[in-house]
Ligand binder design. Structure first.
Ligand SMILES: [Zn+2]
Ligand SMILES: [Zn+2]
Length: 256
């Protein structure tokens, strides 16, 4: 199994996931050109992708999902509501619709899109069960519901939002309304909330962890890496790969 965070943050998100028979992108939020450049830099062949999964219709997740799909003739997997809402990005695109909360088979995998709370029309996280184990991805969620925790248990690799430091957010330059939106149940997870979720998810089989969607203004990647690593040490979890998702460059391709 391979995982690579091609981009992570409010300017664009894209996660690559590969198992023996399935290669997918979760969200394509960069320009198509930049996405392809980063894939090339990582040695990932875009023609080998089987599908693009879309978590929600915000532009940092969907910007090039349609154009990637049309160029490489692969389907976009998106919910019915997202497809309708994001017609601008997905017209003339092959879309396989799913229903949030209903798992479905795709190639050799079982994909389970589960609902999350966020200010989008039908936002989901994903759990993908493959013959090589389970992967989970949850970004852009304002709060951790019991469902989110239950769905993400038992993953070998996890892509988890750790958006902001609450003090930096509240003392930072954002307008009051935006601060309230980010903090709200329909906004983004703070570093503390993310570690609380990780407390429930961490297990000996967790091998790769990407801390994702960090705010460029209200967070410090070094701080997130330090606190996450020491948290895992305290829990006696030796996840060999802990990566901070970056807006401006792809991570290494992690093989587990
Ligand atoms: Zn986002
Ligand atoms: Zn969003």
């Amino acid at each position: 199994m391979k995982i690579c965070s091609l981009a992570s943050g409010s300017k664009g998100n894209c996660l690559y996931l590969e198992t023996s028979d399935t290669r997918v992108l979760i969200d394509v939020g960069l320009s198509l050109r930049e996405t392809l450049l980063r894939m090339e830099g990582c040695g990932i062949d875009p023609a080998g992708i089987h599908a693009v999964l879309v978590s929600h219709e915000h532009i940092d997740h969907i910007r090039s999902a349609g154009s990637f799909s049309r160029k490489f003739k692969v389907p976009v997997l998106a919910s019915h509501l997202v497809r309708r809402k994001a017609d601008k990005y997905l017209s003339k695109t092959q879309v396989i619709e799913f229903e949030s909360g209903c798992a479905f088979a795709f190639r050799g995998s079982r994909i389970d899109p589960f609902p999350i709370t966020h200010d989008a029309c039908d936002p989901v996280g994903f759990v993908i069960d493959t013959d090589e184990g389970r992967c989970g991805s949850a970004t852009d969620l304002g709060t951790v519901t019991r469902l989110v925790t239950e769905k993400l248990r038992g993953c070998r690799c996890l892509n988890l939002e750790s958006n902001h430091d609450p003090d930096m957010l509240m003392n930072g330059p954002y307008p009051w309304e935006l601060k309230q939106r980010i903090k709200s149940r329909h906004g983004h997870l703070s570093n503390e909330e993310s570690l609380e979720l990780l407390f429930d998810l961490a297990h000996d089989g967790l091998e790769a962890l990407v801390m994702a969607h960090l705010s460029e203004v209200n967070n410090h990647p070094d701080h997130v890496l330090r606190t996450t690593s020491s948290f895992l040490r305290d829990q006696n979890i030796c996840a060999p790969f802990v990566v901070i998702g970056d807006q401006f460059q792809a991570s290494a391709v992690i093989q587990i």
